[in-house]
Design a protein around this ligand. Structure first.
Ligand code: GTP
Ligand code: MG
Length: 425
């Protein structure tokens, strides 16, 4: 029975549909963020926000002791023998396996395998097997695992039933990852077919769970550790093999990632729209504050020149006859100017009633106060230009009407696919 297990039924149309729908959704979401002219990342940057584009793949990291069966699991999962396996310490660096145009490249201590046959949305990371003692790695393997674990969407930890099962190093790294990303961790008893009789298997499992529970933070009740092994169609199944559940867990993580990506897209659109609207509102409020400040500034500036100009006009008019004035500026204007000159002369005579010095000091004081008030009112701030406002409105409209609608359609596609999957099941 175990040999018949098929984890990646590429012939199954519902599986293909699910894959292509999810793949399209993630790809489209990624594009909506990274598009060079209208990407959300660029729009957000112009608004002073920092957005991260979602990934097009989900990352599954495999970790565990040396010889726990990590590489063998990857070979089985992608149905290709790409990873070297064996009892010797085989994997010493990191290997990233993903789908795409076939290529293989070295990235420092990591190797990248890209396979067109592997149709998944997953990027699977094979990590060096951990051992205690003097074994030296070319880099700080613990730190590298913790960092990769933080980036991964799912971390599968393999414990094998042999002597290495309680490797302190593995437990230390797991404990560290669990502090911040405990929800990503899944534990498995790998190579369960090598654990002997059921009682031995139970004892090994108890031992591992006990060791894990000794670590603070990992002491959870209901610890689930499925037993898995690579199915061999030529051998009878020695015990229950829950390897299929690993595939289901990966599928669930993909679905969760698609959902989270769509939710995040919705939230980011909302953030961009709110921030843009807030900027436009602030700019128009500032513009009206600027207008009011400008009017006050002009008023007080006029007051500064009012007194000396009025006196000058008064002295000129007092030297000119009424007829001459009417000839020059017209009868009506001359009348107004004479009334004005009379007012100025009354105030000036009243002020100079004390002394000319006092009147002059008062006039200079009045000019000085007006100047100060004009300076205080001159506090305009930069606002968005008409062109900037137009561009911002256009971007806001694009997010509101194109991106949000696109997101709704992608959500519908996702839900439709979930319904068809359930119907097929
Ligand atoms: N019986 C049995 N043997 C397995 C199973 N999985 C792996 N093996 C064998 O265990 C040995 C080690 O497997 P690997 O896949 O190389 O283990 P690994 O965790 O990648 O080891 P390192 O890269 O050294 O850390 C190989 O000889 C595999 O054939 C399994 O489920 N059952
Ligand atoms: Mg390996």
């Amino acid at each position: 029975m175990s040999g018949l297990l098929k984890h990646r039924p590429s012939s199954n149309s519902s599986e293909n549909l699910r894959l292509s729908v999810n793949e399209n959704i993630l790809r489209e979401c990624h594009l909506l963020y990274t598009d060079s002219s209208q990407g959300l990342v660029g729009i957000a940057k112009q608004l002073g926000l920092r957005l991260l584009a979602p990934r097009k793949k989900i990352t599954v990291m495999l970790m565990g002791n040396h010889s726990a069966g990590k590489s063998s699991f990857i070979n089985w999962y992608i149905e290709e023998h790409i990873q070297k396996t064996g009892v010797a310490t085989e994997t010493q660096g990191f290997t990233f396996v993903t789908s795409g145009k076939k290529r293989e490249s070295l990235l420092g201590n990591a190797t990248l395998h890209v396979y067109p046959q592997f149709q998944g949305l997953e990027k699977i990371e094979d990590t060096p097997g951990l051992v205690d003692g003097d074994m030296s790695y070319e880099f700080d393997v613990d730190k590298a695992l913790i960092w990769l674990g933080e980036q991964a969407d799912l971390i599968l930890v393999f414990f094998d039933p042999m002597g290495q099962a309680l490797c302190k190093r593995t437990l230390d790294v797991v404990e560290k990852i669990n502090e911040t990303h405990g929800e990503k961790l899944r534990f498995y008893l790998s190579k369960a077919d090598e654990a002997g009789h059921e009682s031995d298997r139970q004892r090994v499992m108890m031992q591992i769970v006990q060791e894990l529970c000794k670590r603070p933070g990992l002491n959870k009740c209901g610890f689930d550790m499925p037993t898995i092994y690579i199915p061999d169609p030529n051998k009878p199944a020695p015990c229950m093999n829950r390897i299929q559940e690993v595939c289901t867990t990966i599928e669930k993580t993909i679905n969760k990632t698609v959902q989270n990506t769509l939710n995040q897209l919705g939230k980011d659109c909302e953030l961009i729209i709110n921030t843009a609207e807030c900027k436009l509102r602030e700019s128009s409020e500032q513009a009206s504050r600027n207008r009011r400040a400008w009017i006050k500034y002009m008023f007080f500036s006029a007051l500064v020149y009012l007194a000396p100009l009025s006196l000058l006009t008064y002295f000129i008019i007092s030297e000119t006859s009424r007829e001459n004035l009417a000839d020059i500026i017209g009868d009506d204007a001359a009348k107004i100017l004479l009334i004005w000159a009379w007012c100025v002369s009354t105030i000036w005579n009243w002020l100079t009633g004390g002394s000319y010095l006092l009147a002059t000091i008062m006039m200079i004081g009045f000019m000085f106060v007006s100047m100060l008030l004009a300076k205080c009112c001159n506090c305009t701030k930069l606002t968005l230009s008409r062109k900037e406002r137009k561009q911002l409105r256009a971007k806001c409209n694009y997010v509101q009407h194109v991106v949000v609608e696109r997101k709704e359609r992608l959500y519908e596609m996702y839900l439709q696919q979930c319904i068809s999957e359930q119907e097929i099941c």
